[in-house]
Design a binder for this molecule. Structure first.
Ligand code: FES
Ligand SMILES: [Fe+2]
Length: 385
């Protein structure tokens, strides 16, 4: 399939705004509640969706200097992604090769000179190589080159660090992206800078959050006191790039776009683009900055929600720093936490009540329906190969 430029979605939105193109086809689709609450289903998703495909871990500007690292257990195994002395980024299982101690203790962002095991102080370089064994004369037949940290496939593309949590696997990032990298280029993903991040654990299934970010139906309703007034009601277009969903939601400025030639359409001004990068990330291109949301399921009802703000440049003054800080507060707490996460947690509690056997999705939620169809396809491939 030839790659359709994102501006095509803005053109469709302008036509729909002018009443020259139809909206989505009505439908009533159902997703069983068990898809969000069942433990066995959770394990299948973990294996088929999270442990065997490339995932976005961070923007590379989050760890700009040698020794900068991110330590995380979000995938159910201890991992560390670190920049080495040569500037290359690698991911390792954060476990000592001696007697298996979890190596670097503190979680989150850190800066290291080397990786020293607290137990017997075996020491590893930033490139994962084993550098020192105290009292090494007490071992026989040890080859330090066999005892480096266990590496996992890692690659930087569009400024994003991609990692696959599968030992001895090769990562086919091109196949996974299916052309998504061309869109990310248009939004200058690689040219933006890490600004700040908020990582929290929330009490709901990870797919409830994806459902919220895939639906334009709620924007003027749930967000009526925050960002809702910037948008007309449920005027959204979406399509698939591989397994990834590309969505454009019209902003009020779409009214100015109706008769504009293509080259004058502005992806961030006339519309608001978001990409659900399958399975667990959402990239949102706000007018002035970019949000990366990454979801990591800890259990059927618990999810790590990491929100990272990228800005076009590093803050150059106190005033600019304050401005970015206020924008982050508004979107991170005022919108995501108080509204999107609020309804995701509420829906999880609602499902546990037994009131519904399934959740209902209509035509304005078609992108969420497609997302669930892709998950079903992937799970069918492991349960009926
Ligand atoms: S377990 Fe790490 S040095 Fe012994
Ligand atoms: Fe929302």
């Amino acid at each position: 399939m030839s790659h359709i430029a994102p501006v095509t979605l803005v053109q469709k939105l302008a036509q729909r705004h002018a009443g020259k193109a139809p909206g989505p086809t009505p439908c009533s689709k159902r997703v069983p509640v068990s898809a969000y609450t069942d433990r066995e289903r959770f394990e299948q998703e973990r294996e088929a969706l999270f442990l065997s495909r490339p995932l976005i871990i961070a923007h590379e500007t989050q760890i700009p200097n040698p020794g900068d690292a991110i330590v995380y257990d979000w995938l159910g195994l201890p991992l560390i992604t670190v920049r080495d002395k040569a500037g290359d980024i690698g991911t390792f299982i954060n476990v000592c090769r001696h007697r298996g101690m979890r190596l670097v203790q503190e979680e989150g962002q850190t800066c290291l000179r080397s990786l020293v095991c607290p137990y017997h102080q075996w020491t590893y370089g930033l490139d994962g190589a084993l550098r020192n064994i105290p009292r090494d004369e007490s071992f026989v037949d040890l080859d330090p080159s066999d005892l480096g940290l266990v590496p996992l496939p890692t690659e930087v593309r569009n400024g994003l660090i991609w990692m696959q949590a599968e030992k001895d696997a090769s990562m086919d990032l091109d196949a996974h992206l299916a052309g998504l990298d061309r869109d990310l280029d248009q939004f200058d993903m690689a040219g933006f800078h890490f600004c700040q991040q908020h990582v929290r654990t929330i009490d709901c299934n990870w797919k409830l959050v994806q459902d919220a970010f895939l639906d334009g139906y709620h924007v003027v309703r749930l967000h009526k006191n925050t960002v809702g007034p910037f948008f007309p009601d449920a005027l959204a277009e979406s399509d698939l790039i591989g397994d990834h969903t590309r969505s454009a939601v019209a902003r009020n400025e779409i009214a100015e776009a109706v008769d504009l030639p293509e080259e004058q359409l502005d992806l961030r001004y006339h519309s608001s683009f978001s990409y659900t990068v399958f399975p667990n990330a959402v990239l949102i291109f706000h007018p002035e900055y970019t949000s990366i949301i990454s979801l990591f399921p800890l259990s059927p009802g618990q999810t790590v929600f990491a929100h990272t703000m990228l800005t076009p440049q590093l803050p150059e003054s106190e005033e600019q720093r304050d401005h970015f800080q206020r924008s982050f507060q508004l979107i991170d707490q005022g919108v995501f936490e108080a509204e999107d996460i609020f309804v995701s947690i509420g829906a999880q509690r609602g499902m546990l009540s037994g009131a519904n056997d399934s959740l209902l999705f209509g035509g304005l939620e078609e992108a969420a329906v497609r997302f669930h169809d892709i998950i079903e396809r992937e799970l069918a491939a492991i349960t009926h190969p």
